[in-house]
Ligand binder design. Structure first.
Ligand code: COI
Length: 355
């Protein structure tokens, strides 16, 4: 694929690496590519990062025909840059595209676009402890039409953001409530794809959680309000009686790449990991039997987010005395260690920036 390049003049001033918060700063350039039925995906270009022009009737603005991804690039101690499992993200992007009636993007083209863009903005990849370059690929429907049907035109973008910790409290365990009024997704819905609508639907619960002094929501399934699904923007894990549990992927849960990696890593360490449907009542029973050892979420943005408390049906459950559990810490240290190149890539997950 040919990618044209328009350089930003002058380049922006870079933010202080030691005070990066999540998702506020963007680099000098972005990748854009257009789609129409005549030419397919075409006109790949790297251009200065900035506002985009869209018709007010663009279909994405009305019916949310949109998908996105999130992955990270890391600066290694020797100064080189590497990505964490990027082909997993581009495979999932195409699964999301299929569900949302968006034409697929050749994964090799997507990888080339990512590589070229990060090469251009390589100086933005931070190296302060706990930082990385968050990569946000996304596709939007651009037809100026307000009838309901799949768009005939799209744009694929990649933007880059140097980031620190996703949660302002970093690895400090979160307090969590269970959502009992709203559903994030339902059977046959879009729960297993990464589309903006899932996140829009979660906002009312997030607001409610914050108003009531919680940082996160634990979602139960939208059909029976009984099975544990996800937590906040992450997948849910707990350790009970020496084994690890995570909800099975049943169509309503995001198949997280960090989820998959945590399962693989735990198994690599000889731990037992059970993927199954887990009811909230089973979880509460295990808690009452004193078997829950630690609870945490996993996600690209947050990596590992320990959970210290869960309120359900008027009861406050506290895990590991509200402190980060030994496995949450070990998983974070191992994953971030491999990602940032401070530990060897023993799982073969890292992909170097091709210069
Ligand atoms: C991620 O973890 O990368 C996500 O996409 C979750 C969130 C920031 C929306």
């Amino acid at each position: 694929m040919e990618i044209s390049f328009t350089q930003r003049e002058p380049l922006k001033e870079k933010p202080d690496q030691n005070s990066l918060v999540f998702g506020h700063e963007f680099t000098d350039h972005m990748f854009v590519m257009d789609y129409n039925e005549e030419n397919g995906w075409h006109d790949a270009r790297i251009v200065p990062y900035g506002p985009i022009e869209l018709s007010p009737a663009a279909m994405v603005l009305h019916y949310a025909q949109e998908v996105f991804e999130g992955l990270k690039a890391y600066r290694k101690p020797d100064g080189s840059v590497q990505f964490f499992r990027p082909s997993e993200n581009f495979a999932r992007l195409n699964r999301s595209n299929e569900r949302m009636c968006i034409p697929p993007i050749d994964p090799d083209d997507a990888m080339q676009a990512l590589n070229e863009l990060v090469k251009v903005d390589k100086d933005w990849v931070p190296d302060a402890p706990g930082t990385s370059l968050y990569v946000r690929p996304f596709v939007i429907a651009t037809d100026p039409f307000i009838g309901v049907r799949p768009s005939h035109t799209y744009q694929f973008y990649i933007i880059l953001s140097p980031v620190g910790s996703y949660y302002p409290r970093g690895l400090e365990p979160a307090r969590m409530h269970i959502e009992n009024r709203y559903a994030r997704t339902v059977r046959g819905g879009t729960g297993e794809v990464k589309c903006g609508g899932n996140y829009a639907a979660s906002l009312a619960s997030q607001v409610k959680a914050h108003e009531n002094g919680f940082e996160q929501t634990l979602w139960l399934d939208g059909n029976e309000n009984k099975y544990i699904e996800e937590v906040g923007t992450s997948n849910f894990f707990f350790k009970a009686d020496g084994k690890f549990y995570t909800p099975a992927l049943v169509g309503t849960i995001l198949p997280g790449i960090t989820r998959k990696s945590v399962i693989e890593l735990l198994k690599h360490w000889g731990e037992e990991v059970i993927e199954k449907r887990i009811t909230i009542d089973e979880f509460v029973d295990l808690y009452h039997q004193g078997k829950i050892e630690e609870v945490f979420g996993t996600g690209t943005a947050a990596v590992i987010s320990p959970i210290g408390e869960l309120e359900y049906a008027g009861e406050k459950m506290v895990f590991n005395n509200g402190e980060i559990g030994p496995y949450s810490q070990k998983l974070y240290d191992s994953l971030f260690g491999m990602q940032s190149g401070h530990l060897p890539d023993e799982m073969g997950w890292m992909v170097p920036l091709d210069e």
